[in-house]
Design a protein. Structure first.
Length: 199
């Protein structure tokens, strides 16, 4: 499974490196970019497509006050604020998913971050389970890629045509691929069929 990606934007070098170090020690997590300001935040988010943005509340406050654009990320779901303890009130900032204070103990920061990471890992696992083809669906896809019609597949696998059609609809919904050629390419790329087996 791909790692959960973080961008860390923090003015203080020591705090930025400390947060990045904690994140990189958590299973399934990695920091893909560190920033000392967020002037170019949207291009960084577009390039790295992180799961979470950990951001100094001062930077967020300055950005929202002086820029005429907004950060292109749902911060209420994917934003983690670093409270520098300088009087910026959390309620004056765009809603964020979580807050870390610079006075939090290492274990407290680790616990907050690990909880978010584990939730994201569970969500990814559930999504992958929903899009994973069953053994029967792979068998049907193999037959589709070989060029058989629904009636021929039903005969080959001792199923009703209705059952084959239902499986094909499920395959199409899971993969988002509607054409036979697209399904064939998917089958080849995922080792469901060998090129030599094609008609």
């Amino acid at each position: 499974m791909n790692r959960i990606k973080f961008v860390v934007a923090e003015k203080s070098y020591l705090i930025r490196k400390g947060i990045a170090s904690i994140i990189n020690r958590i299973d399934h997590a990695t920091v893909v970019k560190e920033l000392e300001n967020i002037n170019e935040i949207n291009s960084v988010l577009l390039k790295h497509n992180p799961d979470f943005l950990v951001v100094d509340l001062r930077l967020l406050y300055e950005y929202s006050k002086f820029k005429n654009s907004e950060i292109k990320m749902d911060l209420s779901q994917n934003g983690i604020g670093i409270d520098p303890g300088n009087g910026i009130k959390q309620e004056n900032i765009t809603a964020l998913r979580e807050f870390i204070s610079i006075i939090d103990e290492r274990d407290e920061i680790y616990r907050k971050l690990e909880s978010l990471i584990q939730e994201k890992v569970r969500n990814r696992y559930e999504i992958s389970k929903q899009t994973e083809l069953s053994v029967r669906e792979k068998t049907i896809l193999h037959q589709v890629a070989k060029g058989y019609t629904n009636k021929e597949i039903a005969g080959n696998l001792f199923l009703s045509s209705h059952t084959v059609i239902t499986h094909r609809k499920n395959i199409t919904n899971k993969l988002g691929i509607k054409t036979i050629s697209g399904l064939t390419v998917y089958a080849i790329l995922n080792n469901i069929i060998n090129i030599g087996d094609l008609k």
